[in-house]
Write a protein that binds this ligand. Structure first.
Ligand SMILES: Cc1ncc(COP(=O)(O)O)c(C=O)c1O
Length: 429
């Protein structure tokens, strides 16, 4: 029954039942964690062949010994793989270390401190604080980078097909202090949505209406992370940029963090030749060359995109039961009762849940006191501020299935308890 139409006496009874269920769960002394989107142990085993794949042969196809210094762009085989991954030419790509987030940080640090177009273009030296558009709900670590660099964040709502582009265009064209924008174009963290063709085309055209030096941070972290269903890949943003004459306005990132080893993968930076040259110059101050041994190990395990996709199918086989479990618990516990809504993603690592307004923090608190850790409410918003106090990110990849199931039982109970309590109290006043 829809919660708003329940009689007050039924509501009081439901609350008492829920209190009892909650107390019983609390008494179990659970210790469960749905906080971060990490691959589980059985997923890491899928890449066990990385270890030993070189078998003493450290040379690339052109004879380079990967154990030495140098090779700042990355080995040719890895650039070819990254190029296919991001649909760019190999010359439009650099290979980085295990973290694409590091590349994003370094790119923005360079733009902020040194400028993308000579010393006077440094964002930090502009007349006002640099501003960045942040589609919300979004990825908390993107927001941490902005906070760390003192870049002011402007939230923009997601629509189910990517960011609200009317709003984005108005902000970009109306404010020269807007230096860029975060984008996770496929299976976005945390809403799971994939940008529509129209969204991609309009993002590619932003460089025409933005102030000079505007950059879209196109973080394709989930480019190959399909769980099932038929979500088509987003259109190639660079193709649209070339058509619009805005090649420099988009820089792209991805990594193998959720493909091979989260802490020991390789990362990709992609963009126009000009952006690649600029970033190579920055990186070459920091390092004499990346870890080419790991690049070689990766291309031995995953020589091309066919290998990547079949590897990802095996990941999906392990992840799907956990996402199915989340959906089933939510549908059975809360379906059609006006207590919340949620996503059913075709890929990526997260389920987004929206409670009734004003109840996300309370739900997370209740869950924590029953032994289930959740990502803090508000984490998917700049400065941790969800104006509706409604969004909660669920990350079911890491715990074993039985624990996901238990954690979701607790979660559903907490959502329902928070909702019933709040409606009952509001009827008292
Ligand atoms: C959108 C997004 N970008 C980047 C990352 C981190 O990538 P990496 O491990 O390559 O630093 C994550 C990890 O959760 C993510 O969700």
């Amino acid at each position: 029954m829809h919660i708003d139409t329940m009689e007050t006496t039924a509501l009081v009874r439901a609350e008492a039942d829920l209190e009892q269920r909650y107390a019983a769960l609390q008494a179990e002394g659970l210790d469960l964690d749905l906080t971060r989107g990490k691959p589980a142990g059985d997923q890491l085993v899928l890449s066990a062949a990385l270890d030993g794949s070189l078998d003493g042969d450290y040379r690339t196809e052109n004879g380079t010994d990967t154990r030495g210094y140098g090779g700042s762009d990355g080995i040719a085989e890895a650039r070819r793989l990254g190029a296919a991954w991001l649909e760019l030419a190999p010359e439009e790509l650099l290979i980085g270390g295990n973290s694409s987030l590091t590349l994003m940080y370094l790119y923005l640090l360079g733009a902020h401190r040194f400028g993308l177009d000579g010393p006077r273009s440094a964002w930090a030296d502009g007349p006002a604080a640099a501003r960045f558009l942040c589609p919300v709900p979004g990825y908390d670590r993107h927001f941490s980078i902005c906070e760390d660099l003192g870049i002011e964040m402007i939230p923009v709502p997601m629509t189910g097909e990517g960011p609200d582009m009317d709003r984005v265009e108005a902000l970009v064209s109306g404010d020269p202090g807007v230096r860029g924008m975060w984008c996770v174009p496929r299976y976005s963290n945390p809403t799971g949505e994939t940008y529509s063709a129209d969204t991609v085309r309009r993002i590619a055209a932003l460089g025409r209406i933005a102030a000079p030096g505007f950059r879209v941070m196109w973080d394709n972290a989930y480019a190959v992370h399909r769980l099932g269903g038929e979500t088509p890949a987003p259109e190639n943003v660079m193709t649209h940029c070339r058509a619009a004459g805005t090649e420099d306005s988009v820089v792209q990132f991805a990594s193998t963090s959720k493909v091979t080893f989260a802490g020991a993968g390789i990362s990709f930076f992609g963009g126009s030749r000009r952006n690649v040259d600029w970033f190579r110059a920055r990186l070459s101050v920091m390092t004499i060359g990346p870890d080419k041994v790991n690049q070689l190990r990766h291309v031995r395990l995953l020589p091309d995109m066919d290998a990547v996709h079949s590897h990802m199918e095996r990941h999906a086989g392990l992840l799907r039961p956990k996402f199915d479990c989340v959906r089933r618990r939510l549908e059975e516990g809360l379906g059609n009762r006006g207590i919340g809504r949620w996503t059913d993603p075709g890929g990526g690592y997260f389920v987004s849940f929206w409670s009734r307004p004003g109840l996300a923090k309370e739900t997370v608190r209740l869950a924590s006191e029953a032994g289930v850790r959740l990502t803090p409410a508000g984490a998917a918003f700049p400065y941790g501020e969800d104006p509706e106090d409604s969004h909660i990110r669920l990350a079911p990849s890491f715990p074993p299935l039985a624990e996901v199931d238990r954690a979701m039982e607790v979660f559903v109970t907490c959502v329902e308890l928070a909702a019933v309590r709040s409606i009952r109290r509001s009827r008292e006043t």
